[in-house]
Design a protein around this ligand. Structure first.
Ligand code: HEM
Length: 147
């Protein structure tokens, strides 16, 4: 009788452990992109490095000659934070209005994405997170590219 009860308790214990393990595994897989990127501080560090790269990139830095860089950085952080499932609210212009009349080409867009990839690689952002972020930004191309 006692042995049987012990067996039942052991079984319950093992089921509990298995349950906890699977919950932990699931919550890692289900974490938002925002959390997997490392939250707002990590996104801010990425945006700082990325904007510095764009500013040094002779292919496209002419576009930013008169830009309000501090505002641009804030807008990018909020946009990436919101798009990745974070708690921020992007309050800037929509992508079509923000880039209207700039005459941005596909090559310009690709150059900017290349700079972003270089930043993500520098910060050792995982492949999955990199792909998810690029997939969130990719569809904006049709609103931004005019030529
Ligand atoms: C996925 C790609 C892009 C994203 C997510 C993006 C995002 C943004 C955001 C959030 C703003 C600020 C909007 C506002 O102030 O209300 C902005 C402005 C701007 N973007 Fe983009 N952009 C992208 C591609 C590009 C490209 C390819 C160029 C040029 C090569 C470019 C040049 C600019 C410039 C010059 C401004 C105006 C900055 C200012 O006037 O202060 N963007 N962009």
């Amino acid at each position: 009788m006692i042995r049987k009860q012990f067996r039942m308790n052991l079984l319950g214990f093992l089921l509990l452990i298995a349950g906890c393990a699977s919950t932990t595994q699931q919550s890692v897989a289900d974490k938002s992109l925002y959390d997997r990127l490392g939250g707002k501080d990590a996104i801010t560090a990425v945006v700082d490095d990325f904007v510095a790269r764009v500013a040094a990139d002779k292919r496209i830095n002419g576009f930013f000659a008169k830009a309000n860089v501090p505002r641009l950085k804030m807008m990018l952080v909020d946009q990436i934070c919101e798009a990745s499932g974070g708690p921020c609210k992007y309050t800037g212009r929509d992508m079509k209005s923000a880039h209207k009349g700039m005459g941005i080409t596909n090559a310009d867009f690709d150059a900017l994405v290349g700079d972003l990839v270089a930043t993500l690689d520098k910060f050792k952002v995982g492949d999955r997170e990199k792909q998810e972020l690029l997939a969130a930004l990719g569809p904006m191309r049709t609103d931004i590219v005019e030529k």
